[in-house]
Design a protein around this ligand. Structure first.
Ligand SMILES: [Zn+2]
Length: 343
C-alpha cells in the first residue's frame, strides 16, 4: 500500500481549475475565441432528488417562471457529469449508446430519473480588459487573459450563429470579438452573446502578437476534462445506484435513506464506508459547471430558473460497484432489486 508524507506538494490539483468564463451579475465581458475548434464530449448530467430531513419525502422548492408566475419543482443535488462511455459513431448517429454505456441504459430504463447524454463543449478564449461596466476596450496596448469557456449545446449553437453572422462564408472565429452580457443571472450564467464589428486582436500586428503570446504562455492544454468527468462503468454504475436508490426511497413514502450520506462522509463514516471509499473518483470532478446549468435553462423546458445550479459536492467517496463487496452497499442491493438486468 503506498504511503506519502503530509506535504502540500502531495495535494492533488484538479485538472479543471483553469479560470473559466464566469460573469458577475450585470457584468459585460469582451472576448475573442483563441482556437478555431472547440473540444467536445458526450456527457451525462447525473442528479438525485433532495429528500426532506424531516419526513424523507421529496423536497420541493418554488421557482419563478419567466412570466413571473411561481411553481414548485423537485429540488435536486448534482451527482456528477461523467463522459458517456458510448462509441462516438453511435452517439453521433443515434444520440445514445446503451450497449456501451450504463448511463445511457439508465436513461432508457428510467427516463424520469436520467437524461440522455448531451454534447458539452469547451474552448479557450482571450478576455480583454475593458472599461468598468462596459465592453469597451481600454486604450493602449491590449491586456488579455486566457479563460476556458464551457458551453452547452444551446450556447454552442448561439456562438456558431454569431460567428457566421459576422464572419461570412468561411468565418475565422479567432478574428471576431464577442460581447457577453449583461449577465442577468450570475448563478445560471444567463447572458446575451453578440458579435462586434471590430476585432481588437486583429487590428494590428502588435495586438495579434500579444494575443498569441498570451494564449501560448497560459492555457489549460487539453480541454476534455472541462467537458465532463472521466469515468469507468463501475463509477457510473455506483452513481446510478445512488440515484435510483434515492428515488425509490422517496417513492416508498419516505422511508429512511439507508445509504450513507456521502455528502458528509467524515461525520458519518463507519469502517465499511472508509474501506469502500477510495476506489472512486481518482480524477477530480470538474469545477462548478456554471455553463452547464445555463445550458439546461435553454434546453429543459425553456424556462429560466428550472434547474438548480450545478454545485459540485465536496469530493464524495462512494463505494465502487463490484468491489466493495456489499459492505457499504447493503442497502443498495435491496433498493436495486427491481432494476432491470442487462443481458
Ligand atoms: Zn452514455
Amino acid at each position: 500500500m503506498p504511503r506519502m508524507t503530509f506535504s502540500t506538494d502531495n495535494v492533488r490539483q484538479s485538472d479543471t481549475k483553469f479560470p473559466a468564463v464566469k460573469l458577475a451579475q450585470n457584468e459585460y465581458w469582451r472576448v475573442v475565441i483563441a482556437e478555431p475548434q472547440p473540444t467536445y464530449e458526450w456527457v451525462h448530467t447525473l442528479r438525485k432528488p433532495k429528500l426532506s430531513p424531516i419526513d424523507g419525502k421529496l423536497q420541493v422548492r418554488e421557482v419563478t417562471n419567466k412570466d413571473g408566475s411561481k411553481r414548485e419543482v423537485t429540488d435536486m443535488d448534482f451527482v456528477g457529469s461523467p463522459r458517456c462511455l458510448g462509441s462516438i459513431d453511435i452517439l453521433e448517429d443515434r444520440g445514445i449508446d446503451n450497449d456501451h454505456c450504463p448511463a445511457c441504459q439508465a436513461a432508457l430504463d428510467y427516463p424520469d430519473f436520467f437524461t440522455r447524454p448531451e454534447r458539452r463543449f469547451a474552448v479557450h478564449v482571450l478576455k480583454y480588459s475593458t472599461k468598468s461596466g462596459t465592453s469597451q476596450v481600454a486604450p493602449g496596448p491590449l491586456n488579455l487573459e486566457t479563460k476556458v469557456w464551457r458551453m452547452s449545446e444551446a450556447r454552442y449553437a448561439k456562438v456558431a450563429q454569431v460567428i457566421e453572422e459576422f464572419g461570412g462564408e468561411n468565418p475565422d472565429p479567432t478574428k471576431i470579438d464577442l460581447v457577453l452580457g449583461p449577465c442577468t443571472n450570475a448563478m445560471y450564467q444567463n447572458y446575451e452573446i453578440a458579435g462586434s464589428p471590430q476585432c481588437y486582436v486583429a487590428r494590428d500586428e502588435a495586438s495579434w502578437a500579444r494575443a498569441v503570446e498570451t494564449f501560448e504562455g497560459n492555457n489549460a492544454g487539453d480541454l476534455t476534462p472541462y467537458c465532463g468527468r472521466k469515468s469507468d462503468a463501475g463509477q457510473i454504475n455506483a452513481d446510478i445506484k445512488e440515484i435510483v436508490g434515492r428515488w425509490k426511497s422517496a417513492q416508498a413514502g419516505g422511508a429512511p435513506v439507508e445509504q450513507p450520506d456521502f455528502s458528509n462522509t467524515l461525520a458519518q463514516s463507519g469502517a465499511g464506508l472508509l474501506e469502500g471509499a477510495t476506489a472512486k473518483r481518482s480524477e477530480p470532478e470538474p469545477a462548478p459547471t456554471v455553463d452547464l446549468a445555463s445550458g439546461l435553462d435553454d434546453t429543459v423546458g425553456g424556462a429560466a430558473n428550472d434547474d438548480p445550479p450545478f454545485e459540485e459536492k465536496a469530493e464524495a467517496p462512494a463505494p465502487s460497484a463490484g468491489s466493495s463487496s456489499g459492505k457499504t452497499a447493503v442497502s443498495f442491493a435491496d433498493l436495486m432489486g427491481s432494476l432491470p438486468q442487462r443481458s
